[in-house]
Design a protein around this ligand. Structure first.
Ligand SMILES: Cc1cc2nc3c(=O)[nH]c(=O)nc-3n(C[C@H](O)[C@H](O)[C@H](O)COP(=O)(O)OP(=O)(O)OC[C@H]3O[C@@H](n4cnc5c(N)ncnc54)[C@H](O)[C@@H]3O)c2cc1C
Length: 351
């Protein structure tokens, strides 16, 4: 079998790249073993233009957000499933300083597209809000499990998915085309999440694996909206919410821990004025780069072997625009913006 691009991994990176290649009419196949990394499947799927810790707008937000929403809606149309929910979120301010900075930002160019004033916070007695709170109306969430599941069914129906674990030693690079088992291709793109650190083709790229844990809670008195304070809650229907998330750096086992479960419960108790009970608990490992930028480009060892990775904490909002740019790179050689080009590792190692 011959194809143009072989994608390894069907998380947010691999799935979104596959669907953008499909829209650019570039032939591809995807290989995935979903048991190797669950990051995309456990993710809360939030998209949100504001980095609350610094009260900045996120990297390329004004380009990424509209592309993300129109991309997910186009995949909803292809698959007939609904998973993209641009419903806004309610921010619970963390301090007086944050509230004041919020009001200052309201006066600045570009922010009015995203945030509103603090007034409506007063009408939400189910939260403890000593510093008030306010809406971010351009936020929302993608149910990643449903997005990846819908895309997986579609890929299978088109005979574009191979369910297998890819072993690096099975990639034959001695012929003009790359070869994996009976498949020949012009390029391989590894979208393997935090497992990139084990990939022999990319010794210069180093990810800081950031383990995250989440709870599923049931809270019948909490309205089905997204809240975001010291932790966030994403509505799942049936009075349930996905609540997260924690950070444990440089850990590459994805088992949930009692310690982080308690940490999330303690924070929630300080945020909510209504009862809740925990009904499930998950963990996953985010593929994070020290300079907080994704990475795309060829291996320095073989020019036809690529990686698309490093989506970190923002895979949902970043993947659609970057995957579209990558499709244009393969289609007609459009250069990749320097910010996330792999060359930055080759000239300036980050580890
Ligand atoms: C707790 C938590 C909460 C999060 N919340 C959010 C959020 O609210 N919003 C947001 O935007 N992001 C969030 N993220 C981050 C987001 O999940 C990541 O950006 C995203 O998952 C990265 O996707 P990926 O495709 O690069 O990697 P992964 O999701 O790890 O996908 C890699 C895929 O490749 C497969 N694979 C790996 N190696 C092989 C191999 N050798 N052969 C075959 N298959 C292989 C894996 O099994 C997997 O299917 C969260 C992450 C965590 C852990």
């Amino acid at each position: 079998m011959i194809t143009e691009i072989l994608i390894v991994g069907q998380g947010l990176a691999g799935t979104t790249l596959a669907m953008q290649l499909h829209q650019a009419e570039i032939p591809f196949l995807v290989i995935d073993d979903p048991t190797i990394s669950r990051s995309s499947r456990v993710a809360a799927g939030l998209f949100n233009p504001v980095v609350f810790r610094r009260m900045n707008l996120g990297w390329r937000t004004d380009e990424c957000l509209p592309e993300a929403i129109s991309f997910y809606q186009s995949i909803e149309a292809i698959t007939g499933k609904s998973f993209c929910h641009p419903i806004g979120l309610h921010r619970i301010h963390g301090s007086d300083d944050e509230r004041q900075l919020w009001e200052t930002r309201m006066q600045e160019d570009g922010w009015l597209n995203h945030i509103e004033s603090s007034e409506p916070a007063l009408k939400k007695p189910w939260f403890k809000q000593p510093f008030d709170g306010a809406p971010v109306h351009s936020a929302g969430f993608v149910s990643t499990l449903e997005y990846l599941g819908a895309a997986r069914i579609w890929l299978k129906d088109q005979n574009l998915l191979i369910e297998a674990a890819f072993r690096y030693e099975d990639l034959n690079c001695s012929e003009p085309l790359l070869k994996w088992k009976d498949i020949q291709c012009a390029e391989v793109v590894f979208c393997e999440g935090y497992k990139l650190n084990e990939n022999p083709w990319f010794p210069e790229v180093y990810l800081n694996p950031a383990k995250g844990e989440l709870l599923i809670i049931e809270a019948p008195d909490l309205p089905q909206e997204i809240f975001n304070g010291k932790v966030y809650g994403v509505p799942l229907g049936n009075h349930q919410f996905r609540v997260g998330s924690t950070y444990t750096w440089n850990q590459d086992h994805a088992e949930p821990t009692e310690e982080k479960k308690q940490e999330l419960i303690n924070i929630l108790q300080k945020m909510l004025n209504v009862p809740f009970k925990v009904i499930d608990h998950f963990a996953g490992i985010r593929p994070t780069v020290t300079d907080r930028r994704p990475v795309f480009g060829p291996s320095s060892i073989h020019p036809d072997i690529y990686t698309f990775n490093g989506l970190g904490t923002k895979g949902v909002v970043l993947a659609p625009l970057l995957a579209k740019e990558i499709a244009q790179y393969f289609l007609n050689g459009t250069p990749i913006p320097e910010d996330y080009a792999i060359e930055r590792f080759q000239w300036k190692p980050l580890h």
